[in-house]
Design a protein around this ligand. Structure first.
Ligand code: NAP
Length: 188
């Protein structure tokens, strides 16, 4: 499968994810600042370039925690591109965060961005189960090991473990669709 990913294959979650996908024979194309895709610089221009590339991708893993709701905008544009071309065999995997489950008052935009992304995933995964349309899955995770320093004392999920769950999601029998997978590292 050709898998398009927003992330850098040398670091963060993208690194073990690409390693595990390539071990299974998938072809990964990663987009980040390292190869000229900087969302801070003309985000809508970058989104357009990624949408164009998505036409040839079997799977798009919307991984980078884009800002100002751009992760959801990107999901929408890729999905619409596939639908407009009748590419209903495609699969969009949105990477969210379990922070959006917390229902106390929150003022950080990241929380609402991830909540919007989860809603997008939920609505579109229903369509993909019932109609000829691209599949959409949502994977949300708690703090991972690349953010240990910023969260002293918190137990974190190893990056390769999180990557393994995404690979597992993609490897389920075609007759069954994983709408959502939400996993936290135990803190007690
Ligand atoms: N890490 C955690 O603890 C945690 C917890 C919960 C959920 N998540 C979610 O899991 C996903 C992956 O998280 P992650 O920690 O692996 O990394 P991330 O913060 O999403 O970053 C992934 C990659 O994006 C690239 N990037 C950074 N700024 C960019 C920009 N302006 N334009 C384009 N690319 C940019 C970086 O590579 P370059 O330097 O090459 O650009 C980076 O390696 C995210 O959606 C995040 O919200 C993470």
């Amino acid at each position: 499968m050709k898998i398009l990913i927003t992330g850098n294959p040398e670091k963060d979650l993208c690194q073990p994810l690409v390693q595990q996908l390539e071990q299974r024979g998938h072809e990964c194309m990663c987009l980040s600042r390292a190869n000229g895709y900087d969302f801070a610089d003309n985000p809508y221009g970058v989104i357009k370039r990624i949408v164009d590339l998505s036409t040839d991708a079997d799977i798009f893993i919307n991984l980078y925690a884009n800002y100002f709701f751009n992760q959801t905008v990107l999901a929408h544009k890729v999905y619409k591109n596939w639908v407009s071309k009748g590419l209903n065999d495609r699969w969009l995997v949105n990477i969210g965060s379990t922070t959006d489950r917390v229902r106390k008052g929150k003022s950080n935009l990241y929380h609402y961005e991830k909540l919007a992304l989860r809603e997008f995933s939920n609505g579109h995964s229903i369509i993909g189960v019932w109609e000829e349309a691209p599949r959409v899955s949502h994977f949300s995770v708690g703090t991972m090991s690349n953010r240990t320093e910023q969260n002293p004392g918190r137990k974190t999920m190893p990056l390769d473990k999180a990557a393994g769950y995404i690979v597992w999601l993609l490897e389920q029998p075609k007759e069954f669709h994983v709408n959502e997978l939400s996993i936290d590292p135990m803190q007690r």
